[in-house]
Design a protein around this ligand. Structure first.
Ligand code: NI
Ligand code: MN
Length: 225
């Protein structure tokens, strides 16, 4: 599978399907591509209602017909705005275009606006090429990460390390130990001054704490995994 990091929490996966996650593109200071340059995704996963995650999802869906998958409240909001969306909730799963998607909890908030609730913040475990990928969304560390690591044999975990709004490097290293993934890519750092972090510090700690290999991707960088 091809994995491209577009900065912040935005990733594009290309395998049997093209999956875009948290498409914060046009307003993302780290995203090296323009919205027009993005290939049509099959599925758009949105972890929660905050603007740096919902991002351009509605516009992309309206333009391409790609289905947004999000928690019920965010999905309803997207549908009301004219997007194609499938709602679900924490602990449930959905199979869409042959891709299995499971929704996890995230310790975070999710309001779309001051007066529009986005329900709860979430993460996803989804399957590509028979492997499990975990995108944690925005979250603090929580004990059930150990359970997620038990429910799924995680090939790749995408974990926030920016601190302040999510886990920082130390907690993300402990999260890595609980999840037992083969690979980890840190995310949600250095986009703004308040979430400046050194990913090398995370790599050092996580590789000490676990058997995982930490891959640090620059925004725009793509790897084959
Ligand atoms: Ni958030
Ligand atoms: Mn965020």
């Amino acid at each position: 599978m091809k994995v491209r990091y577009l900065g912040h929490a935005c990733f594009e996966f290309v395998a049997e399907k093209r999956i875009l996650i948290d498409p914060f593109i046009s307003q993302n200071p780290l995203c090296p591509i323009k919205l027009e340059e993005l290939a049509e995704p099959d599925i758009i996963l949105v972890t929660h209602g905050h603007a740096d995650h919902l991002g351009d999802a509605i516009e992309i869906s309206k333009k391409t017909g790609a289905t947004i998958v999000a928690i019920h409240e965010v999905a309803i909001h997207a549908q009301l705005k004219g997007a194609v969306a499938e709602g679900m909730n924490i602990g449930g799963s959905i199979s869409l275009e042959g891709v299995n998607i499971y929704m996890t909890e995230a310790k975070h908030s999710s309001a779309i606006d001051t007066n529009i609730s986005g329900g709860h913040a979430t993460g996803f475990v989804f399957g590509l090429e028979g492997k499990h990928i975990y995108h944690a969304g925005d979250t603090g560390i929580f004990r059930d990460m150990k359970l997620i690591g038990k429910l799924f044999d995680i090939y790749l975990a995408l974990l926030p390390i920016g601190d302040r709004y999510t886990m920082g490097v130390k907690h993300a290293a402990i999260a890595t130990k609980m999840l037992k993934p083969k690979y980890v890519i840190p995310m949600h750092y250095n986009t703004f001054p308040v979430i400046q972090q050194n990913p090398e510090e995370f790599k050092k700690l996580a590789e000490e704490e676990s058997k995982a290999k930490v891959l640090i991707l620059k925004p725009g960088e793509e790897i084959e995994l």
